[in-house]
Design a protein. Structure first.
Length: 141
């Protein structure tokens, strides 16, 4: 695996969503991404009081803003062979509308990719590739 300094991780979230949905989308993307890049999670640490704090990701994760169209176009690019080595997690209206995972499995199998409305994507991979995709996008504030 490449060194951490050659890696980058970003999330792009639809800024037009309600705050609670933005927070939920970010949490879901982060949890799923963590499953796929456990090597980027640092060791547990102890503070000066001896209290343990679980390890967190060892690189920054900027949260960038997009809208429905920007995130949809970004997701399409991430499906191309140029970005096959980039880890991509997405969260869409299809997933958000389901209460249990078995419902999501069934529902997603009936919805074409271009009919997903993406709330956000998290991407991790080669820094140059990630910068090429997201380098000009502003931070979500």
């Amino acid at each position: 695996m490449d060194k951490a300094e050659n890696k980058k991780c970003v999330m792009v979230i639809n800024e037009e969503l309600p705050l609670g949905v933005i927070a939920n989308t970010s949490a879901i993307l982060g949890i799923t991404l963590g499953k796929h890049i456990p090597e980027q999670v640092g060791e547990d640490v102890f503070d000066a009081s001896g209290k343990k704090h679980l390890g967190i990701i060892d690189i920054p994760v900027p949260i960038l803003k997009g809208d429905r169209e920007i995130i949809g176009e970004l997701r399409k690019k991430l499906y191309t062979s140029d970005f096959a080595d980039v880890i991509t997690v997405d969260f869409s209206d299809v997933a958000q509308s389901c209460n249990v995972y078995s419902e999501y499995i069934q529902k997603v199998s009936t919805v074409l990719e271009n009919n997903h409305t993406y709330f956000g994507v998290a991407i991790f991979g080669n820094k140059k590739k990630i910068n090429k995709l997201t380098g000009s996008m502003p931070l979500l504030r």
